[in-house]
Design a binder for this molecule. Sequence first.
Ligand SMILES: [Zn+2]
Length: 110
Amino acid sequence: MATATVERLRAIPLEVGSRHWMVENVDEGSNYSVDAVKGECSCPDWQFRCRHRREDCKHLLEVRTVIERQRHYREKKPTVTARAIEEATGVKTLPVIPELSQDELKAIFA
Ligand SMILES: [Zn+2]
C-alpha cells in the first residue's frame, strides 16, 4: 500500500521585508534559498524544470503561502492604538504592542 508523503517545509525570512528566504525541508534536512521578488529558488527542481516552465517549486509556493498568511494577519489585525483606548475609556493604558513598526510607534507617541 502506498502512503502519501507529506513533506514538512519551514520558510525562514532572512531579513526584514521578506525578500530572501531560507526554506528548510525538515524531513530531508535540506535547505534552499528563495528570492520571493524574482521568484527564484536554488533547488534542483526549480533550476532544471520550473524556471523553464515559469512554474513555482514547492519552496516558492511555501514562501508565497507564508507571505500571504502574514498579509492576511496584518490586515485583520485591529488598528486600535493605546491612545484610542485612552480616549474612549479614560483609562491610561500601557502601550506594550510588540508587533508595531517604527512608523506605527511614532504615530502613537507623536
Ligand atoms: Zn525550490
